[in-house]
Structures are given as structure tokens and as C-alpha cells.
Design a protein around this ligand. Sequence first.
Ligand code: MBD
Ligand code: FE
Length: 293
Amino acid sequence: MSTTAVPTTAVPTASGSGSAATDKFKGHRVSSDTSPERAAAIYKDVLTKLSEVIYQHEVTYDEYRVLKQWLINVGEGGEWPLWLDVFLEHFVEDSNSRIFTGTKGSIEGPYYVPDAPNLGAKGTMPMREDEKGTLLVFKGQVRDLDGAGIEGATVELWHADSDGYYSQFDDGLGIPEWNLRGTFSTDVEGGFEITTIQPAPYQIPHDGPTGEFIASYDGHPWRPAHLHLKVTAPGKRLITTQLYFQGGEWVEDDVAGAVKPELILAPEPGADGVDEVVYDFVLDPVSEARYVA
Ligand code: MBD
Ligand code: FE
């Protein structure tokens, strides 16, 4: 492959965290009510665009075989959830969220797990006694489009630890099952207050075929420090999003292309010296508007 210097800090291996992500994904049945006509149109267009690239670059037989081997390797390494969520998901998210006016969404990524412990409206994320990192108080309100606070809205938060590991995708390190994963329910005013640690910038696992792909275009495997969230309430559209930190490394150059200017936090020390930040979520009503031209 190329000679690009990739950072050497210990990070989860691509096959370890990749297989865990693949197994988790396979554990949920997925389906879509796509019509056969729509499916056919999409498949045909994909092939047409690929053929255009082949003719444009006069892709050789050797190149075709290298591609074939690479695709096999991605699958065998369990890296499809990783590669797809890093390189394609942001297009799907962006293209589907344009008609909504509430809080901006962002990609889910490969490391979400449902049913994290419920901690009420105010609580501290499950973490180890010696959890590394700076404390962060993250609070706000969940509202509807008219500005009314929503009681009983659900805020799910998950993020990596200071070494870039997500619990349940930790390559056998023994991180507690629900470490840095929590579910919160808003109070009567729609408020929530979460104490956690500030995550660090994050390198996606790059010791496998996804890493080769990145090196081949002289890229880097970094994502800015981020919090993952899912926020919803009865009758409201679920938003899956991420929040970033102002001035943080890689905010301007995320390998996953998932940063939006509306999703950047600027924590400040509060009265007790602990970093604090307020972020409010606005939820669109559930809409039946799908595939609308
Ligand atoms: C992550 O933590 C992540 O958020 C994405 C999008 C891809 C890989 C790892
Ligand atoms: Fe992530």
C-alpha cells in the first residue's frame, strides 16, 4: 500500500471491533418497504455510475482484481459496518434530513446499542471509578417546533472513552458492558442534565482494509471528539445525531464527513469549575412524508 504514516497509538483493531459491529448488526432484522420498481431503478443507476467510472479511468483487469480482493477482505474482516458508516452514511443522512426543521441529525456510526440503563432526567453516565477524562455536564431541554418543552422525551447518549474505545466493541479489553452509555428521560419541562467525561478525538480502526483504503488516498483515520445521541418522544421524529467540541482537532476534517456547524458545543467552566454546556433539541413531528419528490 502507500507509505502514509498512520498514527500508531493503540486503538481497537479493525477486525475485533468490526466483527462485533457486524454481529450486532446481524442480530437485528432489517427490512424496507421499497417497491420493486424503486429498487430496480436504484440498482440500475448504481451500475450505470460504476460503469462510467470504469470507462472514464479505463480500469484495468489487474485493478478490477485488486478491487475484488479488497471487497472480499472488507467482508472477511467484518469491516462493512465501519467502511459504510464512515464513507457512505453521511450522504444518506444528509439527503434524508433536508425537509426537517428541528435539530440537525448526523450519522449513527457502527457502535450504537439500544436499551442502555435509564438514569432519569438527571444523572451520571455509567463509568469506571478511575475513568480517564475531564468531567462534562451536558444539559438542555427537548422541545417541539412550537418551543414547548416535552416531558418524558428520551435522550440516549453513547460515546468512546479517553482511549477511543466504545463499550461492547472493545476488542476483549473488558470494559463494563454499559460504560459511557445511558438513557435519560426529560422532566416536566423537557429538561435533562447528564454528567459524563469529555471524549477525545477518535481514530477509526485502520489496521485492516478500511485503513488501506484511507492510506490509498493519503487520508487520515481521525474523527473529532464526539458525543452520539438519539433523541425522541411520542409522536416526534427520532433524531440520531452527534455533537462536537469547538476548536477541537479534526472538527474541520472528519474522516466520516459528519460534522455540521449546528452541532458544535462550546463548554465553559461552571460555578464549581466543572465544564458545562447547554444544548437544546428540537423535534419535528412524525411525518409520513417519504419518497416525496
Ligand atoms: C465511530 O465512533 C464513528 O462514530 C463512526 C461514524 C465510525 C467509526 C467509529
Ligand atoms: Fe463514534
